[in-house]
Each structure stands twice: as structure tokens, then as C-alpha cells.
Design a protein around this ligand. Sequence first.
Ligand code: ADP
Ligand code: ZN
Length: 523
Amino acid sequence: MTSRLDEARRALKTTFGYDDFRTGQDEVIGAVLDGEDVFAVMPTGSGKSMTYQLPALVEQSLAIVVSPLIALMHDQVQQMRGFGVAAATLNSTIAEAQSRETWRLIRSGDLRLLFVSPERLMMDGLIEALRGAGIRRLAVDEAHCVSQWGHDFRPEYRDLARARQALGDVQTVALTATADKATRADITERLFPAGRRPREFVHSFDRPNIRLTFAPKDNPTRQIERFLRHRRSESGIIYCSSRKRAEQLAEVLAKDGFNALPYHAGLDQGTRMKNQDTFLQEDGVVMTATVAFGMGINKPDVRFVCHADMPSNVEGYYQEIGRAGRDGLPADTLTIYGLDDMALRRRQIDEKEVPDERRRVERRKLEAMIALCEGATCRRQSLLGYFGEASEACGRCDLCRSGVSLVDGTVHAQKLLSAIVRTGQRFGAAYVCDVVQGKESEAIRRNGHGELKTFGVGADKPVAAWRAMLRQLFASGAVAENGDGYGGLSLTDKGEAILFGREAVQFRPDPEPRAAEARERRR
Ligand code: ADP
Ligand code: ZN
């Protein structure tokens, strides 16, 4: 017999294309399917909407979804229809004919989600009409708006208790991303019937046993070997951005004496299953994998997760590192990122055949990932902040431990930007840094760039320091690829503003690889 939670998992796959629930989702969905009143506090991006979407699909029932912003509702309806879910909204901007169609769907029992604002819900007989149509539940999105203690109180939300009552005390699911204790108590008080306490789920994204470390890409294979040196007998996952890289790394590590196995969608089913089973059943196996690996895998004692290349967004990054330390014991992570990763990810998004709106979203998400990599304050704080959760500095991440401080770098930036301009905005990062550092390479001689005024203006710093600064200029959007397909760099408007002294720049010095190693040994 399959449970309804299994049906929900199946609908997650068939309707939305996702392989498994995110942490916490299944619990909440289970309670919703059991008919309980639910109050769930889960960070933004954790997939709260699934907690009313999937039950409506599984039960073929109708849910009223209250959310505060009409503009947002419209997006949600479009998004649901994109997945083939019958969704609609009723508000004053909707044309007569469209409302008639919505009512037809409500009456025939074919509508799954009806999005309305709280004001609309209380207007001219809507509740009475809905009551006759068999509403299964009321979902209240952004439930913190009910409370004056919350950060976004809306008086209209105060009427929701009355609406719930008028609907015949239907099951109520309240959702929010931000609510401290006092706000939660207030929401419960105001939204749910006095004798009927909801089941409360408060899901924090904090995983204090997972240590976060980021490192600029230098020699990735060597960086990974260094990271693994003290972890010979531990199980872990190394995420790579390509299948080829996953295979290659498995070979290198195997030669190095590790029990390393590749996993990616290009391997035949048999090999894939065999490698996965080995990882699950044996100790000390290192999986070198693409993001295809990990969904639904629950191995409690994964001791480390390493990203050999920069992930494409923070949600993905969080999911992947979250596979470490499920047993609650200390686990380690290392994320290696470089200018090439950022360029590749940006290009992938530009070239994707998706609507512009989607592209904008992906770009925003990528920029958040880049900002996390190039950040100057506690990694945990930045990560949890991304999910809307306030926290203390962890004291254990690379930035907390190395006590980084930003230094003014406007003059250095100008040297790099000027070298890009004077070489014709045609060359890649390595070349530009060589020019600034004054390295007499064959190519530089051939192009006559040894004669430039900027040649060797940065001879006082090692080339690695210049690369670190150029990478940060690229990350901040002062420099971009020029589109020649060879990684040539050019200045953006922001880059020009810096070059001409209208904007200042701060850099975060990269850690010395040797210092990082020494820290690692002291661990
Ligand atoms: P929230 O309301 O918690 O901020 P959403 O419900 O808008 O988050 O979900 C954020 C994104 O995550 C959406 O694009 C959604 O489709 C996606 N998502 C939800 N559940 C899953 C899942 N189990 N696996 C992968 N993606 C998911
Ligand atoms: Zn920290």
C-alpha cells in the first residue's frame, strides 16, 4: 500500500520534476495530508508552497491561498499553470470573462489553487459562494502579516480568523519565513481557533556541525589532495561541474590511495548503482560526482563535502553541503571557486533558452553565490542571511578564523583596468596579470606589450595577488567577458568609473595557500 506521502512524492516528480523532498518538507506535507492545522516557519526558498500545492494535487481538492501582494499572486498563478496545475486568482483587476471561467472550474471541481488577497476574500459574498464549492483548506502565506510583532503587519490579515470561521472552520495552513517566538505565539493566537492549536514546525537552516570553508581556485587537484590529506578513512563527496572532471578526479585520487569512485548521469545504470552502494555500505569512500548524486541519499556519516567548482546558486550549495554530518557530528566542507567558474556560469545562463524573467532570476541567484564566495564576513552568517535567518558569527569558518579585513585597492584596480584597456580589451585574465606584473612571456613580446606604460607597474606584488584582485573585479561586475568566446576581458561602465576615479574599490586579500595549509594542520 502506498501512503499519501508517497503519492505526494510522486506528484513532486511528475508535476514539478523534483526528485525528493527538501529537509522538513515531508514532515509538514504529511501533517497537512493528515488534516491537521499547521503553522510552519521555514526559510525563504525552502519550498513552503509545496506544502499546500502537493496536497491539492494528491487529493484533487481546492485550496484557497491568501497572500498579501496581488502582483506576486499573478506570478504564482502563471508559474503553477506552467507546471500544468489548475490555478487562478480573483481580484479587481481580473476581467469579467476570466472570472466566469474561474468560477466554472471551481464549480466543476477542477480548480486546485485559488489565490486571493485577504481584502478580496472578505468582499461581497465570496466566502458564501466558496463555502458551497467544497474548499478543502485555507493556506495563509506570509502569515507574519497577521501579527503586529512581525516585520510587515497588515491590518487586512486580522480578518482572516473571521474568514476561516465563515468558511466552516476549514483546515488552516499558515506559512512564514520569519517569525521569532513572540510573533509565532501571536500568529497562533490570532489565526487559529482557541481550542485547536496547530502543529508547529520551526525549521532553521542552521547546521552548526558543518564547518564552511571557501578557497580561491589555485591548483584545484592539489587543493583537494591537501583537503583530503587528514581525511583518509572518512566518507565524503566531491562535487564537480562536469562528468569528465568527476572521472578524472576519481582516477587521480585512486592513484593517491583513496577509495574514490565517480558518479554521474553518463555512467551506465549498473556502474552507477554499484558505486552508490559501495559509498553507502563501506567506510572511507570518496564519491567524485556531479550534482546528479545525492538526491534522496541519506548516509548519516558523510564527513566532508567538497565543491571542486563553484556551485551555480546558494540553494544548490546548501542542499549539497547539507549531505554532510547528518549524524550531527562535525563535518567539513571546502568550496573552490575561480574567475573561470563565474564566467562559465554567467555564460551558461546567457545562452540558456529560457524566458527573460527566468534568466533574471537565475542571474540574481548566481550573483548571490558569487557574493558568498567573495564575502568578507562570516560564511554562516551570510548563508543563513540569504535564507532570511539572523545568526551570530560562527567563529569556525575560514573568514572567522583568518580575521579578514578589506583593504582599499582603487589604485591596484586602476592598474589592472588600464592594462585591459591598453592591450585592446582582447586578452584573458592570465595575460592581463602577466602584463601588470611585468612577466616577459613569449606572447607579450610578440604583441609588443612589453613597451606599454602599464607593463610591470605591479612588479612589487606576486602574480597570484593580481589574479585575486582581477577575479574580485570580475565578481563585482567591473570587468566582463568581451564575448569573443576565448575569455577576453573588457571593462563595464562600473570598470570605467573605477578607472577614472569616480568609484572606489576594496579588496579582500586571498589567503596564502601555505597559511591555509598550516591552519589545516593545526585543526
Ligand atoms: P518559499 O515559499 O519557501 O520561499 P517556494 O515554495 O517558492 O519557497 O520554493 C522555492 C523554489 O524551490 C521553487 O522554485 C520551488 O519550485 C522549488 N522547490 C520546492 N520544493 C522543492 C524540492 N523538493 N526540490 C527541488 N526544488 C523544490
Ligand atoms: Zn564564521
